[in-house]
Design a protein around this ligand. Structure first.
Ligand code: ADP
Ligand code: MG
Length: 246
């Protein structure tokens, strides 16, 4: 909050793909519900950053997205705002205590710090709604992750290893997943989580890519990330690049 994003030149945003929607000029957009607009303002966000301006309408239009923008450019809200907005629009129901939860959204990032930051931002955006986000990561007791999930889970924020572990234990059903977010895709591959991500999308109850919305974010765009995007995203995905990427 209170950061200066003017250093990110608008002119260096490049959008490729078929029929991209118009950029979002303000968070006070009609497709974002009132509660969420209030929560965005409370977070101290007065106007969208470039990656948010282009990514939010693309995601609200139901399109798959690969977005590349440098660290600190606001990628977290670029996916959280439109995902929460769509869940509110579609009338998500409060999840109750259950042995197996069926989240609408799964977000994965490579480290405990990164996934926890996403979770904390998600908690700000869902304040006053019935959406319950949960965060799980390795290095903690599996039983603790399971207890958090059982209480109700609409948005699951997880590191890859813990996510696969918990799915394997039957604590998370995937058939309800409408939004799959792979954040820090380049670091995910650097850290050797490529196979885990492939495993995640090939569980039998994970909706096929045509039946879910997949959103990938990365600071750089090496060939391996491009290949992953080609594999996980619908063929008509949109590609947003902010500034120069590696
Ligand atoms: P990235 O994921 O691209 O590295 P983050 O999503 O972590 O970036 O955002 C970086 C910082 O900028 C965070 O402290 C976040 O709260 C803040 N931020 C994000 N979007 C905005 C905005 N529209 N206005 C003000 N601050 C913002
Ligand atoms: Mg980030």
């Amino acid at each position: 909050a209170g950061m200066n994003f003017d250093k990110y030149d608008e002119n260096v945003v490049e959008v490729s793909g078929l029929d991209p929607p118009a950029a979002l000029m303000s968070f006070a957009d009609s497709n974002i519900c009132h509660t969420l607009t209030v929560n965005i303002a409370k977070a101290g966000y007065s106007k969208p950053t470039p990656v948010q301006k282009y990514s939010i309408p693309i995601i609200l239009a139901g399109r798959d997205l690969m977005a590349c923008a440098q660290t600190g450019s606001g990628k977290t809200a670029a996916f959280l705002v439109p995902v929460v907005a769509q869940m509110m629009r579609d009338g998500v129901t409060a999840s109750s205590f259950k042995e197996q939860q069926e989240p609408e959204c799964i977000i994965t990032a490579p480290t405990r710090e990164l996934i926890n930051q996403i979770f904390l931002e998600a908690r700000k955006f869902v304040y006053g709604t019935c959406i319950r986000p949960v965060v799980i990561y390795g290095g903690t007791q599996t039983g603790y992750s399971i207890r958090q999930i059982k209480l109700g889970c609409n948005i699951l924020c997880a590191t890859p290893g813990r996510l696969l572990d918990i799915i394997g234990r039957g604590k998370i059903g995937l058939h309800n997943v409408k939004y799959l977010v792979l954040d820090e895709a380049d670091r995910m591959l650097d850290m050797g989580f490529g196979a885990d991500m492939k495993k995640l999308v090939s569980f039998p109850d994970m909706p096929q890519k045509e039946k879910r919305q997949t959103l990938m974010f990365s600071a750089t765009f090496p060939e391996e990330v491009q290949r992953l995007a080609g594999e996980f995203l619908k063929t008509d995905f949109l590609f947003v690049v902010v500034g120069r990427v590696g």
